[in-house]
Design a protein around this ligand. Structure first.
Ligand SMILES: [Zn+2]
Length: 192
């Protein structure tokens, strides 16, 4: 499980491992936190108190300052995050399909100058992709059931961690989703 890092204003920034989060706690950089404790990490032995320190790590933490770790929120386009964005649904025929039956379709074909960009790609079943081929949409008689969009930070963080996201993290992120966003937490919650 990952810990959702927010900035001090509550905007989502990145996913952290528990080790990275402990590092922020030990440097006293966490300003506030939310959610259940998901890890209890035993720290060093404290001679004066004659016990071990324990750092409790909640599912959401907020801290100021710059990113301490490499940026992971740049919404880079991958098939996994694209198919999550489109709810594992072909945006032409509306079929819900497992990942292996989906493809990345370019609405304006790359052979016609279309970009490999969030705004020009959709999840498509193989059949629709083959039927559409490299024709522009208006020549095919096909239409899209939803419009493509570039995920904002909250949306992107949900898409890239959708298999392991916790309910309270999903709830926090979804409060910052745009109206385009069709992502929702899957019915079977992750096991902790
Ligand atoms: Zn289809």
């Amino acid at each position: 499980m990952y810990i959702l890092r927010l900035n001090a204003a509550g905007q989502p920034v990145e996913w952290l491992t528990w080790q990275e989060t402990v590092c922020l706690y030990s440097r006293d950089l966490i300003r506030w936190s939310l959610g259940d404790i998901i890890y209890r990490i035993r720290g060093g032995y404290n001679r004066s108190l004659d016990n071990r320190t324990v750092i409790e790590v909640p599912s959401i933490v907020a801290c100021g300052g710059k990113r301490l770790f490499p940026a992971r929120t740049n919404p880079s386009l991958s098939n996994n995050s694209l198919f999550e964005r489109d709810n594992h649904q072909c945006l032409y025929c509306a079929k819900h399909l497992p990942r292996k039956f989906l493809t990345r379709d370019h609405i304006v074909p790359t052979s016609k100058g279309g970009q490999d960009d969030w705004m020009n790609v959709v999840a498509s079943c193989k059949r629709c992709n083959q039927f559409k081929s490299d024709r522009p949409l208006e020549e095919t008689g096909m239409s899209l059931i939803a419009l493509p969009y570039r995920p904002n930070a909250a949306e992107y963080l949900a898409l890239v961690n959708s298999n392991r996201i916790l309910q309270e993290q999903a709830d926090y992120l979804s409060s910052q989703f745009s109206e385009n966003c069709r992502w929702s937490l899957k019915e079977s919650p992750p096991v902790s």
